[in-house]
Write a protein that binds this ligand. Structure first.
Ligand code: PLZ
Length: 449
């Protein structure tokens, strides 16, 4: 029997399991993967996907799973979103590549114009486009170094910035990202993050910033520092929202010392948190901002956007890459941004937050292992600890995740200790499907108690 693959638009928005998870077809495909794909490339849930749209992932066995991960915060506008599909199809039929550095085209410039409008701050901005988040972060550092004539880069505890050599150095967690892959790039210094749940109750954001700044001044020195790079809400590190005042104080210190303040909004950007960017919640205006993931509805695209004079500090030819700002990826980005604007996805993310918070509050009341509920918009998380302590409970997180996966809900964990669930649904998910997903999450906590 062959399963004809429906288009994303025709996918029924219901969880429907017709085999166990993974089913027999997925199991066969997994065996092939194990034969031909390097073991280093892991798998969270071994179901092979044949179509996706709304809040549903349809697998090779005909199971419809609920997507609470958006392919790690990428398909914010939904999978195969109509404007993305339309513009990609048009572009792919017109031309697929010229290399923007050889002969330019409008799509690239259109994306840079949109970034200048949408990113925080009213100053003159310019952008350069790349393929992946890690590449954007590397380029932000290159730009900051040229612009300041300084070497040092400051990053934070629990940070994640990528898997290339420089960004591995900037990423905090050893396993699985760094283990055995050194030596790492030098001149990267790590600072204490504001992590309200794990700190003395009531420590203010300004005080947490002062602690980080004191360490910077004593161990690095502002005169040696090119940039401070921070995720305004930690992504892989556990969806930690720093205490109010932390980000503005850091940004102000950077401004006073001619240090480039770089916001890595690769995971938090493009409506995910209920604003265009997470920095917008506190009116923080970064000098440079890195974006990727949600920018292009699933196609690979990344950007560095920032103050025109900083961006222009680099010599002609100093920024680029064969595929950066590929025309098909740019068409996808313009389609994704159109979807965000026309469906007011910032408001949708805030509505998703209130639904998720309501469900999590209820679940947490019955399950004291849920020690913290945090996040913004459709970037929500719970941290699991042995009740009444700060001791991470990664085993319980793994058990809850396994239950959800068996029951057709794709959930992702994160956090330095692997004890955080992050909920990142596509904003195209209908409310009743989101409710159903949290019915399963609630069952999962009950079943593993
Ligand atoms: N900066 C804040 O979240 C990517 C990593 C998945 P790339 N996060 C998902 C994995 O295990 O590889 C990320 C991020 C932040 C940078 C990156 C890197 O983006 O597009 O994966 O290179």
């Amino acid at each position: 029997m062959s399963i004809t693959t429906p288009t994303s638009a025709s996918l029924a928005q219901h969880r429907n399991l017709v085999t166990e998870i993974p089913g027999p077809r997925s199991a066969e495909k997994l065996a092939r993967k194990q034969k031909y794909v390097a073991d280093g490339v892991g798998t969270t849930l071994p179901v092979f996907i044949e179509a996706a749209g709304g809040g549903i992932l349809l697998d090779a066995d005909g199971n419809s799973l609920i997507d609470l991960g958006s392919g790690i915060a990428v398909t914010t506008v939904g999978n195969a979103a109509p404007e993305v599909v339309r513009r990609v199809q048009e572009q792919v039929a017109a031309f697929t590549h010229t290399c923007f550095m050889v002969t330019p085209y409008d799509g690239y410039v259109d994306v840079c114009e949109a970034l200048a409008e949408l990113t925080p701050g009213a100053h003159a901005k310019k952008s350069a486009l790349f393929n992946s988040g890690a590449e954007a972060v590397e380029n932000a550092v290159k730009i900051a170094r040229v612009a300041t004539g300084r070497d040092a880069v400051a990053v934070f505890d629990h940070a994640y910035h990528g898997r290339t050599n420089l960004t591995m150095a900037m990423t905090a967690k050893n396993m699985p990202y760094k283990n055995g892959f050194g030596p790492f790039a030098g001149e990267v210094y790590r600072l204490p993050m504001s992590y309200p749940f794990r700190e003395t109750a009531g420590i203010k954001g300004e005080d947490a910033a002062a602690r980080a700044i004191d360490q910077l001044e004593k161990q690095v020195g502002a005169d040696n520092l090119a940039c401070v790079v921070i995720e305004p809400i930690l992504g892989e590190g556990g969806f930690v929202v720093p205490a109010e005042g932390f980000l503005p104080a850091l940004a102000a210190w950077c401004r006073d010392h001619d240090v480039v303040f770089v916001a890595d909004e690769i995971q938090s950007g493009f409506c995910r948190t209920g604003e265009w960017f997470a920095c917008d919640h506190e009116g923080v205006v970064p000098d440079l901002i890195t974006t990727a993931k949600g920018i292009a509805g699933g196609l690979p695209l990344a950007a560095v956007t920032g103050r025109a004079e900083l961006m222009d500090a680099v010599h002609v030819g100093g920024l680029g890459g064969t595929y950066g700002g590929n025309p098909v990826a740019c068409a996808a980005a313009l389609g994704a941004i159109e979807e965000m604007r026309s469906h007011d996805l910032r408001a949708r993310a805030r509505a998703v937050e209130s639904l998720i918070r309501r469900r999590l509050d209820t679940i947490a009341a019955d399950h004291p292992v849920i020690a913290d509920i945090r996040g913004r918009g459709a970037m929500m998380a719970i941290e699991l600890c042995k009740p009444g302590t700060l001791e991470p409970d990664a085993a319980r997180a793994a058990a809850v995740a396994a239950y959800c996966h068996k029951n057709g809900v794709v959930v992702l964990t994160c956090g330095t200790w692997g004890n955080v669930f992050r909920f990142l649904p596509p904003l195209s998910i209908p409310d009743d499907l989101l409710e159903e997903a949290f019915d399963v999450v609630a069952e999962a906590f009950a079943a593993t108690a």
